[in-house]
Ligand binder design. Structure first.
Ligand code: GAR
Length: 211
């Protein structure tokens, strides 16, 4: 499975995919990493692993749709089977990614549908939640919406801060993303309208991964 990763920053989720692939745990080939930020560590990581690293600068396009059409044209050039948004901090134009529905996933640091958008750890703390987590979902026109494939859940402990929560969750995010990409690479997941099929059977609720 040819995978393209979109990332705006640090790239630790990308790194988890690279490590799993290199370790023989994930039957994928990461054929490109695209970023809207030229300084993104994700691009450096890609270069250091001989993966095509492409910076596409939003300022060089008149509007979002123009940018997104160029972005998806570059992805099509790479003959991607799957697009993974791993910390890609832009809203995508629904028409531009429509051809990729069912082949584009996102990882988000909250238990969706709770806390789409930014500052998810802070919002979970402020709400007094006892649990927090991350979700991997198919991308649809709705921001951080779209059917959720799987979630990982952590407990919020007394004294947790935004930072402690973020770092504890990040390690779990990496395993969650690798597990979901593994299911997709094995051909076990499909999106039919708003329903996720796992081995041909509709998922009634998001999977809890890793077990
Ligand atoms: C991750 O925590 C990811 O869940 C989040 O950005 C971080 C990227 O970290 N994504 C979103 O907030 C998307 N709405 P990374 O660059 O180290 O993988």
């Amino acid at each position: 499975m040819r995978v393209v990763v979109l990332a705006s920053g640090r790239g630790s989720n990308l790194e988890a995919l690279i490590d799993a692939q290199r370790g023989g745990h994930l039957p994928i080939r990461i054929v490109g990493v695209l970023s809207d930020k030229h300084e993104a560590r994700a691009l450096e990581l890609a270069r250091s692993h001989d993966i095509a690293a492409i910076h596409l600068d939003p300022r060089q396009f008149p509007d979002r749709r123009g940018y997104d059409l160029a972005l998806f044209a570059r992805i099509a050039d790479l003959h991607a089977d799957l697009i993974v948004l791993a910390g890609f901090m832009r809203i995508l134009d629904a028409e531009a990614f429509a051809p990729w529905l069912g082949r584009i996933i996102n990882i988000h640091p909250s238990l969706l549908p709770r806390y789409p958008g930014l500052h998810t750890h802070r919002r979970a703390l402020e709400a007094g939640d006892r649990e927090h987590g991350a979700s991997v979902h198919f991308v649809t026109a709705e921001l951080d919406g779209g059917p959720v494939i799987a979630q990982t859940v952590i407990e919020i402990a007394e004294g947790d801060t935004e930072g402690s929560l973020a770092s504890r969750l990040l390690a779990r995010e990496h395993r969650l993303l690798v597990a979901c990409v593994g299911l997709l690479a094995a051909g076990r997941l499909a999106l039919r309208a708003d329903t996720i099929l796992l081995d041909g059977v509709a998922l009634a609720a998001p999977l809890r991964l890793p077990d």
